[in-house]
Write a protein that binds this ligand. Sequence first.
Ligand code: C5J
Length: 221
Amino acid sequence: MVKIDAALPFVFTFDPATTALVVIDMQRDFIERGGFGETLGNDVSLLQGIVPTASALLAFCRGKGIEVIHTRECHKPDLSDLPMSKRDRGAPSLRIGDPGPMGRILVAGEDGADIIPELYPIAGELVIDKPGKGAFFATPLGDHLRQRRITSLIFAGVTTEVCVQSTMREANDRGYDCLLIEDATESYFPSFKTATLEMIRAQGAIVGWTAQFAQLEAAWH
Ligand code: C5J
């Protein structure tokens, strides 16, 4: 068992044999210039700041031999899994499905919907395409984790308060112990990240735990 004494709000214990790393939506559309995130008016350099730590976490977990799962928020090319309420919300310069600088925005198979090169999946790692913010909705993730007898999940990715938090909440409701790596997740809004970390650990880890990557690394020899 691995024990992270420095985790918040209290010690986080997990068995590597039944633990998976879930890397949420580290996609070019959210992180690179010209993608969907930027068309919504966001400063993508904030998200770019976590790439070195997220990539070190990924390499570390691969080295430990634990299951690694990546998610991508994207839609089928015919947009049959895109609710109009999601497509039409707000006034972005480009909508999901529109042609953008990296292909059609958030459409599976397009360059922008793919994972950034620094965190690219390797053979054997599951990649889940999800139409929603949470990774359990309309995907095979739940069945996959059950078949692998996974009980604990380590999370990284973007954005902290949207797809990461939604997925952690879904996982928590399904009985998984969830740890979010603080310096491997980011938001376009720093105050939202801070608030989300607090919400997760409030009331005795109501959603889960948080720790820094160095604290995970120090605890797991
Ligand atoms: C958003 C995400 N923020 N991956 N997606 O729309 O968090």
